[in-house]
Design a protein around this ligand. Sequence first.
Ligand SMILES: [Zn+2]
Length: 404
Amino acid sequence: MPAQVSVLKAQLEELRESARRRHLRVVEGVAFGLPGEDVFHCFSTRPSYQPHGSPLPCFFVMQEGGRLPTELPRTLASLRAADKSPVVIVPFNGLDAPTAFIGTAMSERATLHLLCPLDDAASRSRGLLESGMLATRRVLIAGLGSFGSTAAVELAKAGVGSFALLDMDRLEPGNVTRHECGLADVGRWKTLAVRDAILARNPAAKVDTFELDLNTRLDLVCEEARRSDLVICVTDQARSRFNCNVAALSAARPALFARAITRATGGDVFRMRPGGPCLSCLFNQGLSMGEDEVASERAAAERTPDYAPPGSAVQAQPGLACDIAPLVQMLVKLALVELAPRGIGHWERLREDLAAPFYIWANRRDDIYRDWQAMDYLYNRNSIMRWYGVRVPRDSSCMSCSMS
Ligand SMILES: [Zn+2]
């Protein structure tokens, strides 16, 4: 099985241009290799995302005509190439395919993959989703827990090209069972870890990050909402959700709010469009039920009043990732409906299907869903694991949306 060598196509094209201008023949780069797997990702400059594996020297050899210089192995050895250093042969003409070898002796041929994520994503999604059309769309995501991190990456996969990420926490070991980022990211700001997860899917994405408590920087949230096409608020705290509601109203942008209730028994997703009912309207009319899920120690600490006796503290009680997944999936669908251009058949149909502003979902017959029907074969009573769209009238006395 030949070794596998990957190169970003965009980097290779830039390299060819600059090597031609500067008359370079051999360019030193960096490869990331996975020990024991013979898999190497080669870069002429550090990429925007964090590759797997350990760095080692790699080389790009610019080739004029069909033949390689006979002294090339000696040149590479003098540049302190490692035994396993990948060598990528780049034809100057841009027409012949690049090739790759492992080691300075050039005896071991490798399989070369050219990575062009945007082209690949667009070609595979065409017909289902015109990915290129979402490249200029910008989404503000407030809260990068299990909802926000997964939604960010799903939207990047769908072709969304610009993000503002806002969160005040670092990734903790307890987060990783439900988060898009894993143990390798523990201790990092969630904003930066999720940014890298987005860039690993779409290196051309533009990602701005804000490590702050949005409740203290409403001016910035309003400004970022104005710069975005859609606001997604998936924080674990009602106060920040209401602040995002105000920011989206002031910026006249649609906003989506999703949450799980205690131990992810179920949850809901709410869509606010300018002129329609807002998050405060929903609450004023008592349509949002159940306690928020307590997913982190910080949320638990905030929930426990100072006067609570020792031992009675609310504990973090997160549900399973598979109980969050359906809620995130609906959140992402609703986001794409807001972002997709008008006039594309299947997205227009989905827009009609998802006409309701509020959706509820139950994972199991527990808590506020304890009287619901088992899923069974019946459709005439509320049952678990089915979506229900709910009509939400605008509250004429709502202080939030009547002021905007
Ligand atoms: Zn309102």
